[in-house]
Design a binder for this molecule. Structure first.
Ligand code: ADQ
Length: 466
C-alpha cells in the first residue's frame, strides 16, 4: 500500500496530540506509520480573489496537513446549510428540523469539488484515500470525474436513515450514486447498513450479494459494518491517574451525594431536555431521593450560527431551571448545567466520580461518551451506564441499563435501578464491557477498515457484541 490520504471536514492540529479525540489519534497513527496527507477545512473563512481557495500546508512527523479556507458563502451553504440543516437532522430522523434549499445543495457539491480539485494533483497512483462523514459524501465522484482511479473508502460517523426518510431529500438518488463511487462504504451498525441496502433495493432496484458487494452505476462497491471505538488503554490510564484539580473540586462539591453525569455536545440529537425532564419525574416518583444526588450535565455549545442550536440551548436552560425550581431546596438543587467543554484528560476522572453515566441520545451513530464512561470505571467499585437503545453503542454495550429516551417514566425507573444497584451487579455488568473495549479499541477499528479497503481482509457483516 502507498501513502494514506485522510479527508475530513475538520482536521486536528498537528501538535495537538493529547487533546484530540480517539479517532484523530488512530487516524494520525496510521498516517504517520505509512506517510500521507490529511486534508480538511481550516476552520477559517476568507474571500478568494482569483477564484482559488487559500490552501495551507504543514508537514509534521511524515504527514502533510493540508487545510483549505472556505468563503463565507461556502460556509453558509455547505456547512451551516446542506450538511448541518439538511443531512444532519434528516439522518438523525428529525424531518421536522430539516431545511432543504437547492442553493445550499449546490454549495455542498461546490465545496466537495474544491476539495477534489485541491487533492487530485497531490495524489500518487498507489495512494489509498479514506474519506470521513456526511460533509463529504460526493468527494469520490468528484475525484473520479477528475480521473482519479485510486482506492477510495468512505466511513459514515452518523446514522444512515430509514429509506422512507432518506427519500425526503430531493437529491437522494444522487447521494446514493455518489456513494457507489467508493470502493468501500463503512457504517457504524448493522441497522444503518441495512437501511442503506434496503434503500438500494427498493428505490434503485439494486441487490447486494451475500458478501455485501453492490454492483451499481458501472462500479462495484463493498459495504460493511465498522463500529468505531475509543483509545481504551489511554482512557484507562487517564482514569487511574490521581484526580485532576477539576475532578477533586467536583468530588468535594458532591458532599458524599451520588453523581449522575452526562457529557455531550449541545445538540438536539443527544436528548438533553428529555433526560433532565426524566430527572424531574424521578424526583416526583421517588421523593426520598431529594438531597441524595446531583445530576451534572456538561454540554458545550456547538454550531451556534444555526437557529435550531440556539433553540436547544434555550430549551435546556429552561428545563433545568424548571426542574430545579420545582424540586430544589435552599441548600440543594438536583440539576447542574455547565455550558462548556472539559479537557479530555480531566473527563476520565469525572466519569470515575459518577455513580451513573447517563447517555440517552434520541439517535446517535455510535456515541463515544458511553464507551469512555465504561473504560474509565474502577472495576472494584464501578458506576452504572444508563444508555439509550437508539445509540449505536447500545449494540455492543450490553451491560448497560437500556432506556427509551422518549419514555420519561421508563427513564425515571432506570435511574432508580441504577442508583440502587448492588456492588456485585455493578461489577458483573461493567467487567465484560471493559474487556470488550480493550479488545475492540479505535486502533483495531482503524486497522480493520484499512485492511478491508486495501482488500487484505474480508468484510465482517456482523460485528461481535459485548
Ligand atoms: P459526536 O456527535 O460529537 O460524534 P460522540 O461520539 O459522543 O458524539 O463523541 C464526542 C466526543 O467529544 C467524545 O470523545 C467526548 O469525550 C467529547 N466530548 C463531548 N462532550 C464533551 C464535553 N462537554 N467536554 C469535552 N469533551 C466532550 C459523531 C457522531 C457519533 C459518533 C462519533 C464518532 O455523532 O455518533 O460516535 O462521531 O464516530
Amino acid at each position: 500500500m502507498g501513502r494514506l490520504i485522510a479527508v475530513s471536514n475538520r482536521i486536528p492540529k498537528p501538535n495537538e496530540r493529547y487533546s484530540a479525540g480517539g479517532l484523530s489519534v488512530a487516524v494520525r497513527n496510521a498516517l504517520e506509520h505509512q506517510g500521507g496527507i490529511w486534508l480538511g477545512w481550516s476552520g477559517e473563512t476568507s474571500e478568494s480573489t482569483d477564484g482559488e481557495p487559500k490552501v495551507s500546508e504543514v508537514r509534521w512527523n511524515n504527514v502533510d496537513y493540508v487545510t483549505i479556507d472556505l468563503t463565507q458563502r461556502d460556509h453558509d451553504e455547505y456547512y451551516n446549510g446542506f450538511a448541518n440543516r439538511a443531512l444532519w437532522p434528516l439522518f438523525h430522523h428529525r424531518p421536522g428540523l430539516t431545511e432543504f434549499a437547492r442553493r445550499d445543495m449546490a454549495g455542498y457539491y461546490r465545496v466537495n469539488q474544491t476539495f477534489a480539485r485541491t487533492l487530485a494533483p497531490m495524489l500518487r497512483h498507489d495512494d489509498v484515500i479514506w474519506v470521513h462523514d456526511y460533509h463529504l459524501i460526493p468527494l469520490a465522484s468528484e475525484l473520479r470525474a477528475l480521473g482519479v482511479k485510486n482506492r477510495i473508502g468512505f466511513f459514515l460517523h452518523i446514522p444512515w436513515p430509514a429509506p422512507e426518510l432518506l427519500v425526503i431529500l430531493p437529491n437522494h438518488a444522487r447521494l446514493a450514486a455518489n456513494l457507489a463511487c467508493y470502493d468501500l462504504v463503512g457504517f457504524q451498525t448493522k441497522q444503518f447498513l441495512d437501511n442503506f441496502l434496503h434503500y438500494m433495493r427498493e428505490e434503485m432496484g439494486i441487490e447486494s450479494d451475500p458478501c455485501g458487494r453492490i454492483e451499481a452505476f458501472g462500479r462495484s462497491t463493498q459495504v460493511g459494518v465498522f463500529p468505531i471505538s475509543i483509545d481504551t488503554e489511554e482512557f484507562i490510564r487517564f482514569a487511574k491517574e490521581p484526580l485532576s484539580p477539576t475532578s477533586r473540586r467536583l468530588e468535594k462539591s458532591l458532599e458524599g451525594k451520588m453523581l449522575a453525569l452526562s457529557v455531550d455536545r449541545l445538540d438536539y440529537s443527544k436528548g438533553i431536555p428529555q433526560r433532565i425532564e426524566a430527572f424531574g419525574r424521578f424526583l416526583e416518583l421517588y421523593p426520598d431521593y431529594r438531597h441524595q444526588f446531583y445530576a451534572l450535565q456538561i454540554a458545550p455549545t456547538t454550531r451556534e450560527q444555526i437557529p435550531e442550536y440556539a433553540e436547544i440551548n434555550r430549551e435546556v436552560a429552561e428545563v433545568a431551571g424548571r426542574v430545579n425550581g420545582k424540586f430544589g431546596d435552599i441548600d440543594w438543587a438536583p440539576i447542574r448545567y455547565v455550558n462548556r467543554s472539559i479537557a479530555r484528560s480531566a473527563l476520565a476522572g469525572l466519569y470515575r466520580c459518577a455513580r451513573i453515566g447517563v447517555v440517552t441520545p434520541l439517535r446517535d451513530g455510535m456515541n463515544l461518551v458511553a464507551k469512555e464512561f465504561v473504560a474509565a470505571q474502577n472495576e472494584e467499585n464501578p458506576g452504572v451506564l444508563v444508555l439509550s437503545r437508539f445509540a449505536g453503542s447500545a449494540r455492543e454495550l450490553r451491560g448497560a441499563i437500556m432506556v427509551n429516551p422518549y419514555d420519561t417514566d421508563g427513564m425515571a425507573h432506570a435511574f432508580k435501578a441504577a442508583f440502587d444497584m448492588p456492588l456485585e451487579e455493578r461489577i458483573s455488568r461493567i467487567k465484560p464491557m471493559i474487556h470488550y473495549l480493550k479488545e475492540h479499541n479505535v486502533h483495531r477499528w482503524c486497522r480493520e477498515y484499512l485492511e478491508a479497503l486495501t482488500g487484505q481482509r474480508a468484510v465482517a457483516q456482523m460485528p461481535s457484541v459485548a
